[in-house]
Design a protein around this ligand. Structure first.
Ligand code: ADP
Ligand code: MG
Length: 454
């Protein structure tokens, strides 16, 4: 049975995913309907458990109806006869910088799976819900994925805050290309992994091979490029890879947490290259999109749930899609455990901490509104070019509070104030800081505003 299930997994998820994650699963025993399987590292085990366990369980149950439970444990490989398992020599330093288990797992698992990081089978275009905030990024991703012999824009640069679907879109492109043009060589990996591979190549004096591998692909996707900001030699290598691929007219897709121009610690020539093609940003979600995403999850999982619960979640969990999904899962897990249907009360109870954290998040618009009200100026003056003291000062106060109360960067804040640049914002912050020391009334105004906003 296990051999047959293995083959099924291999065809369902594809060779690359199978080799990276599933190949090393070993069947330990079947005892009274309990299937025990093992993987050699904690990281592998957790990853497989979170991403593939359901499918593996289904396949087991379908193959053998005496199976009641399926479990995956960690069982380190026996070094002496652990076929294919390389001892982690030479990895000392790197392992430490790269969160231990992760680097080691990449080493053991990724060995023959070329450079490709595995694609999550759930991250497809079908599972991606489109709304106003992500329609440009989605359309661009689709265009790139469907282009057979052309390169619509190079690079495609997708950026946005955490948990808004950048990785999802990139994996979706990977899946679509694998389906439409199976002969194309596609590499998807995080910038972090790119750097790790590069350092390893340096250590093993294998940079020629490294360069060849990256420069011979048809499509290169690098996720979270902000990671290599400030990492000069990796940036340098990436820059050359980038140019080589663009010269050959091969598609590059990059994601980051901010726009190319805002990538501090990134060389100017790199920033400008990143902006050459199409830059598509994903904005924070709106209510309709959040509700749509929840509904799609519920339909996919064939879950029964009161629609009012979904509306409640869409209203209250506004931070990002990852948290939204997490909230839904928590509510469902709870009701599963206690064996009762989800109610609004139980939802509020289970998510208390999350709801509080979401409520506390203050937006720049709220700050502008409160400050404008307080100083009796118009909201539009927050964006206008007027420099009269009566509007300029409150505007500076609002910038100051935006810096203190939100996690937005200076360029981000400038943009929200009628497209001012970050030096203007910096000037405002200094000015207000200075005035606070001298002007008691202003200091009190600021304290009051802050208390009202918090
Ligand atoms: P990012 O890479 O931008 O931090 P991810 O792509 O990892 O975010 O998305 C976080 C989670 O939210 C994933 O589980 C993803 O499937 C889900 N998600 C994000 N946007 C959407 C969307 N528009 N439709 C469906 N799921 C989404
Ligand atoms: Mg991501």
């Amino acid at each position: 049975n296990w051999e047959r299930i293995r083959e099924k997994l291999r065809t369902e998820y594809g060779e690359a995913t199978f080799n990276s994650w599933l190949k090393n699963i070993e069947l330990e025993k079947i005892d009274g309907g309990k299937v025990s399987m093992t993987l050699p590292t904690r990281f592998l085990r957790d990853w497989v458990f979170n991403n593939y366990a359901n499918r593996i369980r289904q396949l087991w149950c379908a193959a053998d109806d005496s199976v009641k439970s399926v479990d995956i444990r960690v069982k380190p490989l026996d070094r002496k006869n652990g076929a294919g398992h390389k001892p982690t020599f030479g990895l000392g330093e790197i392992t430490e910088t790269f969160k231990g288990a992760r680097a080691v797992a990449a080493e053991t698992a990724g060995q023959d799976a070329s450079l490709m990081a595995p694609l999550d089978p759930r991250f497809t275009f079908d599972n991606f819900v489109v709304g106003k905030s992500n329609e440009l990024a989605h359309a661009a991703a689709r265009r790139v994925a469907e282009a057979k012999d052309s390169v619509p824009f190079n690079p495609l640069y997708i950026y946005g805050g955490v948990g808004l679907g950048k990785t999802h879109l990139m994996h979706a492109i990977g899946h679509a290309i694998a389906a439409n043009c199976p002969t194309k060589r596609v590499i998807y990996l995080s910038a972090e992994k790119f750097m790790y591979r590069f350092i390893r190549a340096l250590r093993f004096k294998d940079t020629m091979n490294f360069k060849d591998q990256f420069r011979s692909v048809d499509v290169l996707m690098i996720d979270d490029v902000q990671f290599i900001a400030g990492k000069d030699s990796t940036q340098e290598e990436f820059f050359h890879t980038f140019n080589a691929l663009v010269d050959q007219n091969h598609q590059i897709i990059i994601s980051g947490d901010r726009s190319p121009t805002d990538l501090e610690g990134m060389e100017e020539r790199m920033r400008s290259r990143l902006g050459w093609g199409l830059v598509a940003d994903i904005h924070p979600t709106d209510y309709e999109l959040r509700l749509g995403i929840l509904q799609s999850k519920v339909e996919q999982g064939k879950i029964e749930i009161d629609p009012r619960i979904l509306e409640f979640l869409a209203h209250r969990i506004t931070s990002n899609v990852r948290e939204l999904e997490g909230a839904l899962n928590r509510v469902l897990a709870y009701s599963d455990l206690v064996g009762r249907a989800v109610t609004l009360e139980s939802t509020q109870e289970v998510l208390r901490d999350l709801l509080r954290a979401n409520d506390r998040r203050i937006t720049i618009e709220e700050i502008q509104k409160k400050v404008a009200e307080h100083f009796n100026i118009r909201m539009s003056d927050m964006h206008s070019a007027r420099r009269a003291r009566a509007v300029a000062r409150p505007r500076q106060v609002a910038m100051y509070l935006a810096k203190q109360l939100t996690s937005r960067s200076l360029p981000d804040i400038g943009r929200k104030f009628g497209g001012r640049d970050h030096t203007t914002v910096m000037h405002a912050l200094r000015k207000i800081e200075e005035l606070r020391q001298q002007d008691v009334a202003l200091a009190e105004d600021i304290d009051l505003l802050r208390r009202m906003l918090e």
